[in-house]
Design a protein around this ligand. Structure first.
Ligand code: PSU
Ligand code: MN
Length: 319
């Protein structure tokens, strides 16, 4: 299969794909904008290791020197982490400009899904997805992640979404666009730092095999688009809900007073919530990403066992 233009696939990833072995995509905005240096780099490398230990090949996705990359070297991960918020946050809208300027870009959930699909990767692990922001009735602030889930055929394993967002409206949006939200061993939607929220998922599934079967059935029917796999943070690492609610309320108030808008909103809120809760929320963040990497690996392995990658070879980019 010829590699799509602008895309470089790391040799380890390319070999795994050619041999129909499991691959798990990872995003890079979580590295540059989601956590402070050097914890961001250490975590990104640990997550890759966790994926290898669970039988899959990691493919961290970013834009470097104007090239879309599926699979990075440790030195490239270090550069993204060291760059931090100075690295351009690249969602679907931004890809052509970052590519043509030759710059470095950190991919969001949306753009990571795009590059994963181009490469023929079907499973992606992250921390939390973007969603409908609180007050979206006025601001119209709806993450491009949701529209991407509606159109691009990749399963996204996350710990739900942070309650900086309006979780009920996020679920309404996904329902409208036909994106299923699967709770892994839970009926309630996890809220990133906390095991649950007041919202319910659409389907509870209790094994990686069942999730792989749902992916295969969806795409075999020609239903394009993603699936959200919501995996609660292990209870031992969860944060108390009241403490998170207070920090989030304060961060939201500050964002409004400082008139933060556009693509800056989410990084601003993430950074403030993290500062207000100190190192505790960072430890939770790291553990939930590792937990998602393990489940994503298991799903990628099961997807291979049921012959899912045969269809990928036939049609790598069903976008
Ligand atoms: N939510 C988190 N951590 C993150 C992000 C969201 O808890 O790191 C990042 C992801 O890369 C996500 C992006 O795709 O923020 C969404 O940004 P926006 O709301 O501007 O679409
Ligand atoms: Mn936004």
């Amino acid at each position: 299969m010829p590699t799509p233009p602008y895309l470089d696939i790391h040799p380890d990833v390319a070999q795994a794909l050619a041999e129909q072995r499991p691959v798990v995509a990872l995003e890079s905005t979580i590295i540059s904008h989601g956590m402070p240096y050097p914890a961001n780099v250490a975590t990104a490398l640990r997550v890759e290791q966790e994926i290898r230990a669970h039988g899959a090949v990691p493919a961290t996705i970013a834009i470097l020197d104007g090239r879309l990359k599926a699979g990075l070297t440790p030195a490239q991960i270090e550069a993204l982490g060291r760059g931090g918020p100075a690295v351009a946050k690249a969602s679907r809208r931004d890809l052509p400009f970052i590519v043509t300027s030759g710059a470095m870009g950190a991919t969001t959930v949306a753009s990571t899904m795009i590059v994963a699909a181009m490469a023929g990767i079907r499973v992606f692990a992250t921390g939390g997805i973007g969603g409908v922001h609180r007050g979206a009735q006025q601001s119209f602030d709806v993450s491009a992640d949701l529209q991407e889930l509606a159109r691009t055929s990749v399963a996204v394993v996350c710990a739900g979404a942070k309650s900086i967002l309006d979780l009920p409206l996020t679920l309404e949006y996904l329902e409208t666009h036909g994106v299923p939200v699967i709770g892994y061993r839970t009926r309630t939607l996890p809220a990133f730092f906390t095991v649950d929220s007041d919202s319910m998922v659409d389907y509870r599934l209790d094994s990686a095999l069942q999730i792989a079967q749902a992916m295969q059935a969806k795409w075999a029917m020609g239903l394009q688009g993603g699936l959200v796999v919501a995996n609660p943070v292990p209870q031992a690492f969860a944060m108390p809900r009241a403490r998170m609610d207070a920090a989030i309320a304060q961060a939201l108030q500050e964002a409004e007073r400082q008139k933060v808008g556009g693509k800056e909103v989410t990084p601003f809120l993430l950074a403030r919530v993290s500062e207000l809760t100190g190192g505790d929320s960072l430890a939770t963040n790291i553990e939930l990403v590792l937990n998602n990497a393990r489940l994503a690996s298991a799903i990628a392995v099961q997807y291979g066992q049921i012959g899912g990658y045969d269809a990928v070879i036939a049609s790598p980019a069903i976008v």
